[in-house]
Design a protein around this ligand. Structure first.
Ligand code: HEC
Ligand code: HEC
Length: 318
């Protein structure tokens, strides 16, 4: 935080410097200094002013404590909760929080470096086992981290806060907490957590990565069944919405990530049996495999009932 504040001061100083330069150029005697100097310095002033503005904007949301207080919560950790939490974690969390995308959930995967946005700083997944920082969290603070995307101190989690996991039901978040608490403590040799540099903060502040709407304090899952409503919920903990967009209709390419296709036209050509088979094997009915960019292995752990719900959702009107 302090380094970013320092950089902000420097960027503000540069803005001020170019601002003065613009003023002096415009006041100059010679016409060409007036025009070229005024335009050039004026443009630079605008650029640095914009960078400071977006940086300040995002720093305020990141470093000012969130309004939501952590709920007063003590998870019972029944065997059913632990089993449910394990089911969700193996489908939804292990792909990012697992070491090399597999158990244990010790984190340390620097997504920013791996996915080509390392110039924004470090975005490294957290150790979710009792060997990591969550050991110092109350159940309510872990609940708030997943639901509202803020850490123990109320600072915005820059990456987690953009994922759809905030829409997990209260019961499922509690189940995940029960499971995480039941794990053996692991340590991660790699650094964890996010440390965006000033440029990264300013890019986030420019709105290039839109934040999802704030989550409700209490959420119930829709009734389980092969319905589009429940299928959307499966797509939430199944991570589909994180990559394929909030309505699973695909996402366009951005300057830091390639496009992710709309899977619905393809799924519409499949029977339910073919759909389940494709997700169990990673092979489409025509014999072609999903590319490694499509992590079907995690969805392959889903029950037939959950895959049927997902199919109902993906074949209904988005
Ligand atoms: C697409 C990658 C991705 C997935 C999937 C993901 N996370 Fe995270 N998570 C991150 C990153 C990156 C961080 C590090 C902090 C940040 O950038 O937000 C993080 C941080 C966290 C934290 C730490 C909060 C803190 O206070 O520091 C918790 C708790 C967490 N995740 C829980 C989960 C759970 C539970 C799941 C599955 C339901 C999950 N995450 C799925 C990427 C992911
Ligand atoms: C980490 C990001 C990511 C996640 C998570 C993810 N997908 Fe994908 N998916 C992709 C990408 C990228 C492709 C395109 C791969 C390719 O070009 O072959 C793809 C392809 C597909 C396809 C094939 C589309 C076609 O036209 O052949 C289907 C179906 C699909 N995804 C469904 C899902 C479902 C359902 C989920 C959740 C269980 C999911 N995906 C989760 C990134 C993801």
């Amino acid at each position: 935080m302090f380094v970013n504040l320092l950089v902000l001061l420097i960027v503000l100083a540069i803005t001020f410097f170019f601002g003065r330069l613009t003023y002096r150029a415009v006041k100059a005697q010679r016409m060409w200094v007036k025009i070229l100097g005024g335009l050039g310095a004026g443009l630079l002033t605008l650029v640095f002013a914009a960078v400071s503005f977006f940086g300040i904007k995002k720093m305020m949301t990141v470093y000012s404590p969130s309004a939501a207080s952590a709920p007063d919560l003590k998870v019972d950790s029944t065997p059913e909760q632990i089993a449910r939490g394990e089911y969700i974690a193996n489908i939804g969390c292990v792909g990012c929080h697992g070491v090399d995308h597999a158990l244990p959930l010790a984190g340390g995967w620097n997504m920013a470096a791996d996915e080509g946005f390392g110039f924004m700083g470090q975005v490294s997944t957290e150790n979710l086992t009792p060997g990591g920082k969550l050991a110092g969290y109350t159940d309510g603070e872990i609940f708030r981290a997943i639901r509202h995307g803020v850490d123990k101190d109320g600072n915005l989690l820059l990456f987690m806060s953009m994922l759809p996991y905030r829409e997990l039901s209260d019961d499922d978040i509690e189940a995940v907490i029960a499971y995480l608490r039941s794990l053996p403590a692991e340590t991660s040799p790699a650094p964890t957590g996010d440390k965006l540099n000033f440029l990264g903060i300013a890019i986030m502040g420019s709105g290039m990565f839109p934040m999802p709407a704030p989550a409700a304090d209490s959420i119930d899952a829709p009734p389980a069944g092969a319905t589009p409503e429940y299928g959307k919920y499966v797509a939430t903990f199944g991570e589909c919405r994180g990559c394929h967009g909030p309505d699973v209709t695909g996402t366009p390419a951005s300057s830091v990530a390639p496009a992710v296709p709309n899977p619905r036209p393809f799924v519409g050509t499949l029977t339910l049996e073919e759909f389940i088979q494709s997700f169990r094997t990673g092979i489409r009915p025509n014999g072609t495999a999903f590319s490694p960019a499509m992590p079907w292995q995690f969805a392959s752990h889903m029950t037939d009932d959950d895959l049927a719900a997902l199919y109902a959702y993906l074949t209904a009107e988005p």
